[in-house]
Design a protein around this ligand. Structure first.
Ligand code: DOR
Ligand code: ZN
Length: 339
């Protein structure tokens, strides 16, 4: 029986760190375990230019350096109808790694997103491909029935991926069997991140019994067949699938209310929960590829140098982390990242 596991420091290829006090509260949960993370741009004032991405990176780095946590935040900018090739070039020169496409209004702070993906200037995609930047897509079709939104958006991704075979595209937080099958079918320029929570929950864990706002996220968790397809993809050893937690903190009162925000705050136990999933399937030897290798390879980054050690030692996910209730608060877990 494996009771101790050493893996290369992982990368979280999709995380929400927010700003100010909230950022300082949540960042140690990510920076304490992950070597790097791709930081999403959907702040209250969205990050749409390289200069604001660089300022945001500095704010994160300052917080990590005060905590003496070595961490490399990889930055993103949000694609808008006003994004030009010059904006892309500017973002590249500021070290921005990826551009995020949010369809208008589908999730937290996504107003000012893309209304019609056919209207995006193809030169913008060409500039991204030319500079080796990645397109990250929140693939949900606004206005469709919740469970069909992801499937309904894949045609747009297919169009972009076919027209721009040199543009690397990541479908973020895939949640459906259709999404998994699409990524398998698509060319080598298309990959997907998978979250920890979508490997664990279905819609029934959100609304099947009493309403659980801490399991409410976008895209919404779907059917058991969808969850099972995601588990199979994560365990498959196919490098097109890698970890992006979409850890998304919201203060407790903005989740437990009449108009609750979408987002699961998984960072405090992401690697531990994932280790449990891989362990339950007898797949621990494949964990490192999913967390620490496939994402870096798709992004063209070197692998992290350090390691983390995960030990079989029970602990309980805390009831709160500052103002935020973490995903699966109070759950006893069998694995723990050694400090
Ligand atoms: O559940 C989500 N929360 N999905 C997203 O796409 C955004 C995120 C957030 O920023 O809260
Ligand atoms: Zn996200």
């Amino acid at each position: 029986m494996i009771t101790r596991l050493q893996i290369r420091k992982p990368d979280d290829m999709h995380v929400h760190l927010r700003e100010g006090d909230m950022m300082r509260e949540v960042v140690p949960h990510t920076a304490g375990v992950f070597g790097r993370a791709l930081v999403m741009p959907n702040l209250k004032n969205a990050v749409i230019h390289g200069t604001s991405a660089a300022r945001y990176r500095d704010e994160i780095l300052r917080a990590c350096s005060e905590l003496r946590l070595p961490f490399d935040p990889l930055m993103t900018v949000k694609l808008t109808a006003q994004t030009t090739t010059d904006v892309i070039k500017g973002a590249y020169s500021c070290g921005v790694a990826a551009v995020k496409l949010y369809p208008e209004g589908v999730t937290t702070n996504s107003t000012g997103g893309i209304r019609d993906p056919d209207q995006i200037n193809p030169d913008v995609f060409r500039a991204m491909a030319h500079n080796g930047m990645v397109l990250c897509v929140h693939a949900e079709e606004p206005g469709l029935f919740s469970l069909d939104r992801e499937s309904g958006y894949l045609r747009h991704v297919e169009k972009i991926a076919t027209a721009h075979p040199n543009l690397r595209i990541v479908i973020e937080h895939i949640t459906s069997r259709d999404g998994v099958e699409f990524v398998h079918r698509a060319g080598p320029n298309v990959a997907a991140t998978i979250t920890v929570h979508h490997l664990l929950i279905t819609l029934d864990d959100v609304i099947g019994d009493k309403l659980n706002p801490h399991n409410f996220c976008k895209p919404i968790a779907k059917r058991e067949a969808d969850r099972a397809a995601l588990v199979t993809a994560a365990l498959s050893g196919n490098p097109k699938f890698f970890l992006g937690t979409d850890s998304a903190p919201h203060a407790q009162d903005t989740k437990e209310c009449a108009s609750g925000c979408a987002g699961c705050f998984t960072a405090p136990a992401a690697i531990e929960l994932l280790t449990e999933i891989f362990d339950a399937h007898g797949a621990l030897p494949g964990l490192e590829s999913f967390t620490s290798i496939f994402g870096a390879q798709f992004y063209g980054l070197g692998l992290n140098m350090g390691t983390i050690t995960i030990v079989k030692e029970p602990w309980e996910i805390p009831a709160t982390c500052g103002a935020v209730v973490p995903f699966m608060a109070g759950k006893r877990i069998g694995w723990r990242v050694a400090k």
